[in-house]
Ligand binder design. Sequence first.
Ligand code: ADP
Ligand code: ZN
Length: 307
Amino acid sequence: MNNLPDQPPLARPLAGVELGGTKCICTLATAPDTILDQRTIPTTRPEETLPAILAILREWDNQGGFSALGLASFGPVDINPVSPGYGHVLATPKPGWPDADIVGTLAGGFDVPARFDTDVNGAALAEMLWGSGRGLRDFAYVTVGTGVGVGLIVHGAPTRGIGHSEVGHIRVPRLAGDSFVSTCPYHPDCVEGLAAGPALAARLTGRSLADVGPDDPVWLPVIDALAGMAHALVCSTGPLRIAMGGGVLVGQPHLLPRINAALLESLNGYMVLPDSVPYIVKPELGGQAGPLGAIALAAIALKGALI
Ligand code: ADP
Ligand code: ZN
């Protein structure tokens, strides 16, 4: 893999924290393939989890320090630097986490540049620096797991506006005959509610995944919803490539080619996709996309820009 975008090699490493719904991964690295330390702690309540992360960062700070800090969090989060709630978690069903102050707690005590964004925006930037999005400035990273998260990069920067992208919650037309009750508590027809892991589990109505082959009809609405979301991405910001991973896609390798085919059918020749095929690819960084996303944010904090 390439070195970080900061030649010659860094005198001091970068620190990154990926805050996930079930676990947080703290990474100290000088390059994406030179991880000096990586520690995982469970995500419980913020009063417990954030001090545990801070203790790891302080330890690293006392052992030679780090030159920048990246914080990549599950959403929704306030990423507007001029908002009084900047760096805090917004509405989330996770007990105790609404309004938790991630940036103030974790970055406040260190005199280094820091950057805060969503876990999926971080992962998208990491894929653009070191993985499946290398050389591109318009790119999307999708994870289909406990939720559907979309990191959306336009001209080298994560989208901003009302907030970060929430493309996993766009509404998509239902496949004819699909009367499944969405698992999203907010939306009856959003992609996450129709196609994420919990929706898949509910669609299986007690059947085990081991008993469900690729030809099972349960996959059809899942493919349709994810292709519908990709159609919306193509027609809106037009990423030059989409990387799509997460537990559902990793566990079901037959889905990606079928989503690609369904996207082409859905676009119906109206938009011409880039020559490189497939258009929707597997993330190259695999399980390290999230942790390296936090390192990518640290690298960008240090350099001031992606490229
Ligand atoms: P998270 O989104 O919490 O980071 P993952 O990306 O690992 O976690 O996704 C977890 C989801 O993936 C769960 O909803 C789980 O049911 C689903 N999943 C795990 N293995 C498979 C599989 N073999 N086939 C389909 N879905 C799977
Ligand atoms: Zn929703």
